[in-house]
Design a protein around this ligand. Structure first.
Ligand SMILES: [Ca+2]
Length: 543
C-alpha cells in the first residue's frame, strides 16, 4: 500500500471500517448488516449497510458466573513465552476486562499481540476466537460483540500490524519465516490458548465450549484451526473463507494480467454491463426473476452478445473487450490454455479485482496481490506487477503453491481429528462474492467429502451453505445468512444439525427471506405465494 494514492488509501480505510462492522456483524450472526463488496481490507466500494439490533447471546452454561479474581490480577499470570502487557477494566465499558498479551517464539524474536476480553460478570461459560481480513490477523475491537453476548473472546494481530503483506520480508531483505508462520496459523492458535487460559484464571473454570467465528481471512483462519489445531474449538463458523490462499493471491490479479497482456484495459462500466447482462440472461433459470442467479455454474452467457452495444459513458463494447471478460469468467489458465483455477462467478461485480482507472485507462493490480508478488514471491519491494508476462505468471503461480501451500494454503481435506473430537464446522459463501469465488470453497468441500468418506459422513461434522446473490461476507442482491452462530451453537451443544440457514435481505418494507440449503441442494420456489417469503421455498436437488 506504499504506492497507494490518497483516494485509494481512503478506500482502504473505508474497507477496514467496513470490516470492523463486518466482524461485529458476523459475530452477531446478522448477515444483513454485512459490507457490500467489502474487501478483506482492500477493495473499493465497501460500505456498511443498515443496522442490526443487538442479538442476545446463547443461554449461559453457568448460573450467575462470578470471577474468582480481579481483572488487574491477571497481569501477574505466568504463561509460557508470553508477557501480559496490561489487564484492566475498560474505562468506557465496566463490563469488559481487557487483557493484552504478547507471545514470542524464541529464538525468533517475533511478537504476536493478543487481545482478550472477558465479561466482568455473567460470563456464559464459552470462549470465542475472532478473525481478521486480508493480511490483517484481527483487531482489538473484534472481541466487543462476543463479550456483549456473554462470551470471553480473543483476537490477535497474528504477529504484524496493519493490512499490508510486507511483513513477509524482513528488514534484512530475507523472508521472515516466523512472521509468515505466525500469520499463516500460529497466531490464531496462540490467541486461542492464551484466551482460554486467561478466562479460566479469571473465573476458576475452563470454558465449557469454544467457538471460532470469522469471514474472509477469518474464514481461512477458522478452517486452518480445524485442519491444524483440531483441539482448539468445538465449533467453527467460516464465512467466505480465503482458503487456497496461494492460488487466490494469484487468481486475484488474473483479470488485470489479461488486460495488461492484451493491451486492453476494460473500463469499469463495460465490466458492470457484462455482469448486468449475465444476470438478465440467467436470472429466470431458477424459476424466480429476482435479480439473482441462484446457481451461476449453470449460466453459460457469452459476452459476445454485447459486442457493438453501448456501455454507459465507456463507449461501445468491442470484440477485444468481450474476450477479456470471457477470460475473467473462465479464470486463470496456463499459457497453453489449461485450467489453473476458477474465475469470477457470473453475477459478481468484476471491478473489485480487475479495475482499470486513470487517463489513459490502466489496469490496477489488486493490492494484496501486488504485495504478494513483491514481498512473498519476488522478494523485491520495487517489483512492478505490470512487467509480468504470461510465462512469469505461470511460474509465479507454481512458486506460490510450492513455497507457501503448506504454511498458509489452508486446503488440507483431512479433518479426521476434528471430526473424531465431535467438533462441528459451518461454512457459508456468497455466490456473488466479487473477491473470493465460492468455487474455491465448493472445490475444498468436495475434497473433504472424498477424503472423509462421503457426503453423509461429512455432514455429521461439516456443512456448506451457499448464499445466491450475496457479496463478500454479506451485501449484494441476495439474502445473507442470519443466525448462523446460533445454529452452530445448537449443533455443537444440542446436536441439532442445521438443514437450512435462515437468510434475509432488508429492502423497502418487508425484508426478502429465503432458506439457504445445505450444499448441493438449492432453494426451489414452490410455485405459489410471495417470492420474498422463505416459506414458499423448499430445498431441492434442482430447479
Ligand atoms: Ca433468479
Amino acid at each position: 500500500m506504499r504506492r497507494a494514492n490518497g483516494r485509494f488509501f481512503l478506500a482502504v480505510l473505508a474497507a477496514l471500517a467496513a470490516l470492523a462492522v463486518l466482524t461485529a456483524t458476523v459475530s452477531q450472526g446478522q448477515g444483513q448488516r454485512g459490507a457490500r463488496g467489502a474487501a478483506p481490507a482492500g477493495a473499493p466500494g465497501a460500505a456498511a449497510r443498515g443496522a442490526a439490533p443487538p442479538v442476545a447471546g446463547p443461554k449461559p452454561l453457568i448460573v450467575d458466573a462470578k470471577p474468582v479474581r480481579s481483572c488487574e490480577s491477571l497481569a501477574t499470570l505466568a504463561l509460557p513465552n508470553t508477557t501480559i502487557e496490561s489487564a484492566a477494566i475498560d474505562p468506557n465499558n465496566p463490563g469488559i476486562c481487557r487483557v493484552t498479551a504478547i507471545t514470542t517464539h524464541p529464538p525468533a524474536g517475533d511478537k504476536v499481540t493478543i487481545w482478550v476480553g472477558i465479561p466482568t460478570s455473567n460470563w456464559n461459560g464459552r470462549f470465542m476466537g475472532t478473525g481478521g481480513g486480508g493480511f490483517s490477523g484481527g483487531s482489538a475491537g473484534g472481541v466487543n460483540s462476543p463479550v456483549a453476548q456473554g462470551y470471553a473472546a480473543g483476537a490477535t494481530d497474528t504477529g504484524h500490524a496493519g493490512a499490508s503483506g510486507n511483513f513477509a520480508l524482513g528488514a534484512d531483505g530475507k523472508l521472515n519465516w516466523q512472521a509468515i508462520r505466525d500469520n499463516g496459523h500460529v497466531g490464531i492458535h496462540e490467541m486461542t490458548v492464551t484466551g482460554k487460559a486467561l478466562t479460566e484464571a479469571m473465573y476458576g473454570t475452563a470454558p465449557r465450549y469454544s467457538y471460532f467465528n470469522g469471514c474472509s481471512t477469518g474464514g481461512r483462519q477458522g478452517l486452518m484451526e480445524a485442519q491444524r489445531y483440531p483441539q482448539d474449538y468445538n465449533g467453527i463458523m467460516a464465512g467466505a473463507p480465503a482458503i487456497n490462499w496461494p492460488k487466490l493471491m494469484m487468481q486475484s490479479i488474473w483479470g488485470s494480467e489479461v488486460m495488461n497482456e492484451t493491451g486492453n484495459p476494460v473500463a469499469s462500466c463495460k465490466l458492470a454491463a457484462a455482469t448486468t447482462a449475465a444476470i438478465a440472461a440467467c436470472d429466470a433459470m431458477d424459476g424466480v426473476k429476482d435479480g439473482v442467479i441462484e446457481d451461476p455454474s449453470r449460466c453459460t452467457y457469452d459476452p459476445k452478445a454485447l459486442i457493438g452495444t453501448l456501455a454507459g459513458d465507456c463507449g461501445t463494447l468491442t470484440q477485444a473487450d468481450a474476450d477479456v471478460i470471457r477470460k475473467i469468467w473462465k479464470g486463470p489458465t496456463r499459457e497453453d490454455g489449461s485450467f489453473l483455477w476458477y474465475g469470477q462467478s457470473m453475477g459478481a461485480d468484476l471491478n473489485s479485482l480487475a479495475a482499470s482507472r486513470g487517463t489513459p485507462l490502466k489496469p490496477q493490480g489488486f493490492n494484496f496481490t501486488v504485495d504478494w508478488l513483491r514481498y512473498w514471491i519476488t522478494e523485491n519491494p520495487q517489483f512492478d506487477w505490470s512487467t509480468m508476462t504470461p510465462s512469469m505468471y505461470q511460474r509465479f503461480w507454481e512458486q506460490s503453491i510450492e513455497q507457501y501451500g503448506i504454511v498458509i494454503g489452508t486446503d488440507n481435506p483431512d479433518l479426521t481429528d476434528f471430526k473424531s473430537r465431535g467438533s462441528k464446522l459451518l461454512v457459508w459463501h456468497g455466490l456473488a462474492d466479487p473477491l473470493i469465488t465460492a468455487d474455491g470453497t465448493i472445490d475444498y468441500y468436495k475434497r473433504v467429502v472424498q477424503r472423509m468418506g462421503g457426503a453423509k459422513e461429512t455432514s455429521q461434522f461439516m456443512r456448506l451453505f451457499l448464499a445466491p446473490g450475496v457479496g463478500h461476507c454479506g451485501g449484494g442482491a441476495g439474502p445473507a445468512p442470519t443466525g448462523q452462530m446460533e445454529a452452530l451453537v445448537a449443533w455443537v451443544e444440542n446436536g441439532n444439525a442445521p438443514e437450512t440457514l435462515p437468510a434475509s435481505r432488508p429492502g423497502q418494507g418487508t425484508p426478502r427471506t429465503r432458506p439457504l440449503c445445505q450444499y448441493p441442494l438449492v432453494a426451489k420456489y414452490k410455485g405459489s405465494g410471495s417470492t420474498d417469503d422463505a416459506a414458499n421455498f423448499s430445498c431441492s436437488t434442482g430447479f
